[in-house]
Design a protein around this ligand. Structure first.
Ligand code: EPZ
Length: 389
C-alpha cells in the first residue's frame, strides 16, 4: 500500500489548478445511463472513485472512453446487465432509505434481498416527494428518475449543493425539464426521451477548500485557480474570521496567511452552510489557532476518525459526542499515522505540512479516491512530500 512521506516546514507559495468535482462527475457519469445517445464530459478528475464508476458502467454495458485531456465519452446504447457489484465506507452508515422511499413514490417496486436492492417499474409516474432529510445523492437520484417519469414531480426539502445544480444543468441539456435546482423545491416535468450532450463538470470546491487551508496553515501565499469562490462562501467566511487573508476573483482565489490564527467555531450543515467534507481539514487548521474552538459535525455520525491521528502528532483535541473541542495552538511533531477516509487523509497531510520533522501517512488509497495528484500539486508550491510505493 502506498504511503506519503512529508517533511514539515516550508511556507507554500505559488499557483495551483483545481480539478473537476468528483461529486459532480460521478452523478454525471451515471446520467449517461438515461440515454442511448453519446455523452461527453469535460474536466473529469482522474481519481479512483471515477475509475471505479467507469468499471461499474462498463460492466453494465456502457461504452466509456477517457481522453488524456480530462474528457470522457460515454454511450449506454446497449445495457447488458442491471446488477451493480457491492462496495463499503468508514464515515458512518450510508443508508439509502430516502432514495428507496422516493423511487417507491414514483411507482417503482423495490425489494431488498441479500444486501442487494432491486427496483423495477414499467414507467415511473411523477409525484410529490418530501424528503425527510436533505440528501445530496438522494436528490440527484430522484431528479434523474423523475426526468423520464410520466407527469410532474415536485421534490421538497431537496439538497442545494452546487453538484446538484450542475447535474440539473446537464440533464436539461439532455432534454429534461428541471426547474428550481439549487433551491429546496425542485420541479421536474417528465419527458419521453433524453438525448446525448456535452457537459463541463464544475470545479471541485472541496479540493479548492483543502488548498485554501494548506495556504492558511503554512502561513503561505498561494493562488487557487480554476475554482469557484461562490461555492465556498461559508468556508471563506470562517477562514477570514480566523484571521486568514482570502481574495476572490474571476480566476479563483488567493490565500495569504498572516501568522496569528484565531480559534473559530464551525458547525457542519447542508449547503450553503459549512461543508462536512471540509470539517477534517478545518480541524487540522484549528490545532494551530490561538484559543479553543468547537467543531460540531451534524451530517455523519462517525467523522472524527482523524482526531486520534492528530493527537498522535501532538494536537490537543477532545471528542464529546458530535462535537470536537480543539485547544490550540499546539506544536505538532511528525509521526506515523493512518488515513481512515478521504477527507481525514487530507487533514493529516495539512497537519504534516507544519509538523516538526517527518510524517508518514499510511493507507493513502483513501486519498486517491478523491484527490488528483495531490502530492504533485503540493510539491509544485513548495511542499516536501513524496509517495512511497
Ligand atoms: C454526498 O454523499 C457526498 N458524496 C459526500 O461526499 C458528502 O459528504 C455528502 O453528500 C454530504 O454533503 C457524493 O456526492 C458522491 P447524503 P451522500 O445522502 O449523498 C443520511 C466526499 O468526501 N441519509 O447527503 O451519500 C446520511 O446518513 C463524500 O467527497 C439517510 O439517512 O450524503 C447522512 O447522515 C463523503 N438516508 C445524511 O443523510 C438516505 O437515504 C446526508 O447524507 C440518504 C442519506
Amino acid at each position: 500500500m502506498d504511503k506519503l512521506r512529508i517533511t514539515g516546514g516550508p511556507r507554500l507559495k505559488g499557483r495551483v489548478k483545481i480539478s473537476g468535482a468528483k461529486n459532480s462527475a460521478l452523478p454525471a457519469m451515471a446520467a449517461s445511463l438515461l440515454t442511448a445517445g453519446e455523452v461527453t464530459l469535460e474536466n473529469v478528475p482522474l481519481v479512483n472513485d471515477i475509475f471505479t464508476t467507469r468499471r461499474l458502467l462498463r460492466e453494465l454495458g456502457v461504452m466509456v472512453e477517457f481522453e488524456p485531456d480530462h474528457s470522457a465519452r460515454l454511450r449506454a446504447e446497449k445495457i447488458l446487465s442491471h446488477e451493480a457489484p457491492y462496495d463499503g465506507c468508514a464515515i458512518g452508515a450510508r443508508p439509502i432509505n430516502l432514495h428507496i422511499q422516493g423511487l417507491e413514490k414514483l411507482g417503482a417496486t423495490v425489494r431488498t434481498e441479500h444486501g442487494y436492492v432491486e427496483a423495477t417499474a414499467e414507467r415511473l409516474t411523477g409525484s410529490e416527494i418530501v424528503l425527510d432529510k436533505i440528501t445530496v445523492t438522494g436528490t440527484e437520484n430522484l431528479m434523474m428518475a423523475a426526468s423520464l417519469a410520466h407527469g410532474q414531480t415536485i421534490l421538497q426539502n431537496a439538497a442545494r449543493e452546487p453538484e446538484v445544480v450542475d447535474l440539473a444543468e446537464m440533464l436539461n441539456r439532455m432534454g429534461a425539464k428541471i426547474d428550481g435546482a439549487g433551491t429546496p423545491t425542485i420541479k421536474i416535468e417528465g419527458v419521453h426521451e433524453l438525448k446525448g450532450t456535452m457537459h463541463r463538470v464544475i470545479p471541485d470546491r472541496i479540493e479548492a477548500g483543502t488548498f485554501l487551508v494548506a495556504g492558511a496553515i503554512t502561513n503561505g501565499d498561494i493562488e487557487v485557480l480554476d475554482s469557484n469562490p461562490n461555492h465556498l462562501t461559508s468556508l471563506i467566511e470562517k477562514l477570514r474570521e480566523a484571521g486568514v487573508n482570502i481574495e476572490t476573483g474571476p480566476e479563483g482565489m488567493a490565500v495569504r496567511g498572516n501568522g496569528a490564527l484565531k480559534a473559530t467555531d464551525v458547525v457542519t450543515k447542508e449547503y450553503p452552510a459549512f461543508a462536512t467534507d471540509m470539517q477534517a481539514q478545518y480541524m487540522a487548521l484549528m490545532t494551530q489557532a490561538n484559543g479553543i474552538s468547537f467543531i460540531t459535525e451534524n451530517i455523519f455520525e462517525n467523522r472524527f476518525m482523524h482526531a486520534s491521528e492528530l493527537l498522535r502528532m501532538g494536537a490537543n483535541i477532545r471528542i464529546d459526542g458530535s462535537r470536537a473541542i480543539v485547544s490550540g495552538k499546539d506544536r505538532l511533531t511528525g509521526a506515523n499515522v493512518i488515513a481512515s477516509d478521504l477527507r481525514a487523509s487530507a487533514s493529516l497531510i495539512l497537519a504534516a505540512l507544519i509538523a516538526d520533522g517527518v510524517t508518514v501517512i499510511d493507507r493513502v488509497y483513501h486519498l486517491d479516491r478523491g484527490y488528483e495528484k495531490i502530492e504533485e500539486k503540493l510539491r509544485s508550491i513548495g511542499a516536501q512530500i513524496e509517495r512511497l510505493k
